[in-house]
Design a protein around this ligand. Structure first.
Ligand SMILES: [Zn+2]
Length: 403
């Protein structure tokens, strides 16, 4: 009896995995014909017909007529339906929570942000629940299929537990449990890793299976896509490049170590280095008061000596760490996210020089350095978590079983 039940379960699971493969193929490469799907997935044509019928029944895909280049009867192809499914995407920032109602095309239909007054578990949970409720109340006619939450720190997407937040006292918080009253699947993830996936789905790295997103704000981190997959440890975070030690006698980092990368190339570190140079009396178009990362970047592109020196230092240290990543992962491109990317005409050639100096020529020969598409849309990371959950079959199963 148990064996029979297991066989049924395995059979159902296999059907779901195949449905997810077909959905993913249509989503990433559609419009695509059934014949082409069968060829690319090696599924029997009858299975493809069966799966696409189910996906059509649940309004997850639709048929489109495509005129063949040779003329004749239009062929029927399939494309995913993006606009009928809403989800809530939240980003837990250092000082604010942003919440958006989005659809599967990545379009934001409404977004709001609330200032965080309390940074403990109770305060964060209260604000988050309130924000999500407000978003879902605002669209009573729309069907919400999931909730996504991204944040800085160490989170376990599988268990929904936050292990460490650099900004809030919420270690050990099981977020999926907190949000269970909404009766929706909850997907949580580190925001930089989720942003890397967003660049893969919608941004500067579409069709690029091997790339690294480096994010520089108050901290420094990386999201690594290798062979089209986001690198995630099973229960261990990866990509914490901000804590690679580049100067053993440097400033102490909030992690406890000394001279971590983010003690020299994060926004606050760059502002501090510029201020020190100005206070020593070096001539510059900048003034020590009201310094911002944007004004430093602008001064660097205008040839200001102090700003250029700061960028040279940043390129040297960041380039060292990126060089290591290039030797390990051999990416096609590196995307930079953060205000510092505004200095790209100055920073990128310096960075590339440093990377080439310490990598295999065959690895860095075709490497490109680019700005990330999503520089300011903080809730886009949630979109990527939802997309991945659809492609991985988890969210697809939920939609197909609950519609
Ligand atoms: Zn550190």
């Amino acid at each position: 009896m148990t064996q029979h039940k297991d066989r049924v379960t395995n059979h159902e699971q296999l059907k779901l995995v195949n449905a997810a493969r077909v959905y993913q193929l249509i989503d990433l490469y559609g419009p695509v014909s059934r014949v082409s799907i069968a060829q690319q997935t090696a599924l029997a044509p009858a299975s493809v017909t069966n799966i696409t019928r189910q996906l059509l029944d649940h309004n997850l895909i639709s048929e489109v007529a495509q005129q063949a280049s040779t003329g004749g009867r239009p062929a029927i192809s399939l494309t995913t339906r993006q606009t009928g499914f809403y989800f809530v995407s939240c980003r837990l920032g250092r000082d604010v929570i942003q919440c958006a109602a989005m659809d599967l095309s990545g379009q934001t239909h409404f977004e709001q942000q609330t200032r965080l007054e309390e940074h403990d578990k109770q305060g964060i949970v209260h604000t988050l629940l309130d924000q999500i409720q407000q978003i879902t109340n605002r669209f009573p006619q729309q069907r919400f299929v999931a909730i996504a939450v991204t944040m800085a720190g160490l989170v376990d997407p599988a268990s929904g537990i936050i292990h460490y937040s650099p900004n809030h006292s919420i270690s050990g918080l099981k977020l999926s449990e907190v949000l269970k009253d909404f009766s929706l699947p909850v997907y949580i993830g580190n925001d930089i890793r989720a942003r890397a996936l967003s660049e893969f789905y919608l941004g500067s790295a579409q069709q690029c299976d091997d790339f690294i997103l480096v994010s520089i704000h108050n901290g420094v981190g990386a999201g690594i896509i290798s062979d089209g997959q986001l690198l995630l440890g099973k229960h261990r975070p990866v990509g914490e490049i901000g804590h690679v030690q580049i100067d053993p006698f440097g400033k102490q980092c909030h992690c406890g170590s000394f001279g971590c990368l983010e003690t020299v190339v994060s926004n606050p570190a760059i502002i501090e280095q510029t201020r020190e140079l100005l206070e020593r009396g070096h001539p510059s178009c900048l003034t020590a008061q009201n310094l911002t990362i944007e004004s430093i970047c602008h001064a660097a592109t205008q040839g200001d000596a102090v700003a250029n020196h700061v960028m040279e230092q940043a390129a040297k240290y960041l380039g060292q760490v990126l060089g290591m990543l290039v030797n390990v992962f051999n990416p096609e491109k590196i995307l930079l996210s953060g205000e510092i990317a505004q200095s790209s005409p100055v920073l990128f050639p310096l960075l590339m020089q440093q990377i080439k100096r310490q990598t295999l020529p065959s690895f860095s020969g075709n490497l490109t350095l680019d700005r990330a598409t999503f520089q300011h849309q903080d809730t886009i990371g949630g979109y990527a978590l939802i997309k991945r959950a659809l492609h991985d079959s988890d969210l697809l199963r939920h939609i197909m079983q609950n519609q």
